[in-house]
Design a protein around this ligand. Structure first.
Ligand code: FAD
Length: 423
């Protein structure tokens, strides 16, 4: 890389988890040119996972959400433009337009635009205007729901995925009356085996959450102020609600990339270094899809570990180092005192083997295909999860009888590292 190339301005659109890591990693890698983060939210890069956990419960403050304090960016000479949306990219001129009309030039542009909540679309305009119906993606969303998130209120959660269930756990701890509507026949249906879903349904049931599966939402009733009063379902339930929280998925923010004519494929299509179809534009985090060696196909992941690793690969590329993003996907979710950690993708599994017992509230679920460990869910077994990550990464073939036998250490299944070559 020439000195000229490592001193041109880098503009990072979005100021979320991926963007913050990209900016600081770039400086740590010795990048000399101007680096600017442009975010439409008022905040420095912050962690979203606590939004449905410790931040929602009020256990941590906004300051604790920030990935790094303001001094880190100042000291690294990283400019931050908050409250500002980027509205267009001109690839030929290598500029972006901001919503206030300004135009900024870039040498390299990084799209780290994340995603936005999928909205309910039941053909009723009142739904997404109701002051007591909320989505959950930003600090602002949590601030808006705080006053209604209080003991004694009736909360209806639409969607039994991670976010819905994490919110349910926090709400129950606060003494809120909670009903979860899930259209499928079990919670976490998209990501876990029936055994794991059944475990979580039982845990939530014991905590007093009313989970209604096979229950499609059909609409709402509103009061004169436009507030939801009742949630209506296809099987005839009429559920009174003081507050509704919707967690039905994410839409990646790809509009800027689309308007600029970049290749899209379930997200902004990038290679393993974060490079888009334009040589001067990269994309990282939830908005991007990358060729994943482990999965053998293109993936768009919505997870912090993936956002961070992709940012590091892209930051390396801009200083001329090739460090492909090549991680096995993993994720976590905290509900009550339980830590769920998941590694790999379980699609296509033919066998599930449980190590430990759900009754003891800590166990592992191994997903196998033709004897190969595809994925593992770990419930409150963090040490064995570290080993499980290796089993998945190495595509270990394992006998389910051995996996379930707790007298046999999992570590014994990890292939030995190859001996160093003799000199
Ligand atoms: P984001 O964090 O979404 O940041 C993108 C930023 O870009 C946003 O601030 C957005 O406003 C801004 N932006 C978009 N378009 C523009 C534009 N045109 N101009 C300017 N700015 C723009 N992951 C886990 O691994 N574990 C968890 O337990 C977990 N829990 C979660 C709980 C909740 C409630 C949520 C919402 C997410 C959770 N996640 C979790 C997912 C994780 O937070 C995301 O994967 C991660 O934030 C992705 O980072 P990102 O930088 O790609 O996108």
């Amino acid at each position: 890389m020439t000195t000229e190339e490592t001193s041109q301005p880098v503009l990072i659109v979005g100021a979320g988890h991926a963007a913050g890591e990209m900016a600081t990693a770039l400086r740590m890698n010795g990048y000399k040119g101007p680096i600017t983060l442009i975010g439409e939210e008022p905040h420095l890069p912050y962690q979203r996972p606590p939004l449905s956990k410790a931040f929602l419960s009020g256990d941590i403050t906004t300051e604790r959400l920030y990935v790094k304090g303001p001094a880190v960016y100042t000291n690294a000479a990283i400019d931050f433009i908050p409250n500002t949306r980027v509205t267009a990219i001109d690839k030929a001129a290598k500029t972006v337009t901001l919503e206030d009309g300004r135009t900024l030039s870039y040498g390299k542009l990084v799209l780290a635009t994340g995603g936005r909540p999928r909205l309910l679309s039941l053909g009723d305009d009142r739904i997404n205007k109701a002051p007591n119906l909320h989505y959950l993606r930003t600090i602002g969303h949590v601030d808006n729901m705080r006053e209604q998130f209080k003991p004694g209120n009736k909360l209806v959660i639409i969607g039994g995925g991670y976010i819905g269930l994490e919110v349910a756990a926090v709400a129950r701890k606060k003494g809120i009356d909670v009903t979860v509507l899930e259209a499928m026949d079990r919670v976490l249906q998209r990501v876990t085996a029936p055994e794991v879903s059944a475990f979580y349904q039982q845990v939530h049931g014991e905590a007093g959450v009313n989970i209604l599966v096979n229950t499609a939402l059909t609409g709402f009733e509103f009061d004169a102020e436009g507030r939801v009063t009742t949630v209506l379902t296809a099987n005839g339930h009429r559920i009174p609600a003081d507050v509704v929280i919707v967690g039905i998925g994410l839409i990646p923010n790809v509009e800027l990339a689309e308007q600029a004519g970049l290749a899209l494929e379930n997200g902004i299509a990038v290679d393993e270094y974060g490079q888009t179809s334009d040589p001067d534009i990269l994309a990282i985090g939830d908005c991007s899809s990358h060729p994943n060696a482990y999965a053998g196909r293109r993936l768009r992941l919505e997870s912090v570990p993936s956002a961070l690793e992709q940012a590091r690969s892209a930051a390396a590329l801009l200083v001329g180092q090739k460090k492909p993003y090549n991680a096995v996907p993993w994720f976590w979710s905290d509900q009550y005192d339980l830590k769920l950690q998941m590694v790999g993708l379980n699609q296509g599994y033919d066998t599930v083997a449980l190590r430990g017992s759900p009754a003891n509230r800590n166990f592992l679920a191994f997903y196998l295909k033709d004897g190969v460990v595809l994925a593992v869910d770990s419930i409150s077994r963090p040490q064995e999860f570290m080993v499980a990550k290796k089993l998945v990464a190495e595509r270990v073939k394992a006998d389910p009888m051995v996996l379930v036998d707790e007298s046999q250490p999992l570590k014994a299944l990890v292939p030995a590292a190859p001996a160093p070559a003799a000199s």
